[in-house]
Design a protein around this ligand. Structure first.
Ligand code: BGC
Length: 301
């Protein structure tokens, strides 16, 4: 399942091939998109397929231990909701079928790209960025995800970066490709300054038009490639997370072993501890612009 601002989409997934096993089914996101209203839509999609197995679902905000923590571009009632429990209850009902595993949307897209798409077999630090209403991020080191990185809310020249460089910003401000690519370049330079990835994978709907803006981006040391799974990355990654949850392991780029044991280098049980409460990056007000560190390569900053 992919829970987004405009649609709630789902399909059974073939996890051997990283492809949808049936035609995607979509219902329009209700307004307001409260947890209760969205849970009803998730149930509609699951019921459409007569599905009774595990369900993975993406959410456009921070998710820890099944609880949705931030809601930058969605209804604020999600903040602090045990959304995994709500969805499991709604979808599985009393029979307790369909346990629902919930994760951040960019993390899901990133997992799918790392196992089946543009990040496949790539080691070192890889950052998958999704450009849409906001900017989502998924950071991997040797195929292992660091969840909920929220790099879209980095501060860039005194602004929340996604307010300047998302595709929504491009549309709202009627930026041409050159203007928007310049903003994306500044953003990538900032992320590169912090994390020095070997590879950026650029996802979101705009990845279909990569030839229009990737050639305009200069001065970034990391390789930059478009995502390959495009529209279906979130759904495939959500299914990967649901599969991993059955083994009690955090999802990784690698498939689980044939005996169902966790993938990768002996990943431990998924973290259930709750982080200390405090303002999330999405809720923090941007402060004054900060000078770039001295000596960093200038990529149009
Ligand atoms: C949210 C992220 C999300 C991204 C893309 C941001 O506003 O804070 O959690 O991944 O949008 O939907």
């Amino acid at each position: 399942m992919d829970i987004g601002g405009s649609g709630i989409k789902g399909a059974p997934v073939d996890l051997e091939r990283g492809e949808l096993a049936d035609e995607r089914y979509k219902v329009l996101t209700p307004h307001p998109a409260t947890p209760e209203a969205v849970a009803d839509c998730v149930k509609d999609v699951v019921d459409h397929f007569g599905w009774t197995g595990p369900v993975g679902a993406t959410f456009p905000g921070v998710v820890t231990g099944g609880i949705t923590r931030t809601a930058a571009n969605v209804d604020k009632h999600w903040i602090g909701t045990d959304a995994a429990a709500l969805l499991t209850d709604r979808v599985g009902g009393a029979a307790g079928g369909c346990p629902v595993t919930l994760l951040n949307d960019a993390d899901a897209a990133g997992l799918a790209e790392m196992r089946f798409g543009a990040g496949r077999d790539r080691t070192g630090t890889v950052i998958v960025l999704t450009f849409g209403t906001g900017i989502g991020s998924a950071v991997f080191t040797n195929g292992r995800l660091i969840p909920n990185t929220e790099l879209g809310h980095l501060e860039l020249h005194g602004h929340d970066a996604e307010k300047r460089a998302s595709t929504k910003a491009k549309e709202d401000e009627e930026l041409n490709w050159q203007q928007w690519a310049h903003r994306v370049q500044k953003y990538l330079a900032h992320v590169e300054m912090l994390l020095s990835p070997a590879l950026f994978v650029i996802g979101g709907g705009v990845s279909r038009k990569a030839e229009k803006f990737l050639p305009l981006i200069e001065g970034i040391r990391a390789e930059i490639v478009p995502a390959r799974l495009q529209n279906n990355a979130g759904i495939v990654g959500a299914a990967m997370a649901a599969q991993a949850a059955r083994t009690g392991a955090p999802p990784t780029a690698e498939p689980p072993a044939a005996d169902g044991s966790p993938a990768g280098n002996g990943a431990g049980p998924a973290a259930r501890t709750r982080p200390a409460e405090g303002p999330s990056p999405a809720d923090r007000a941007p402060s004054a612009a900060v000078d770039s560190p001295v000596g960093w390569p200038d990529a149009g900053r």
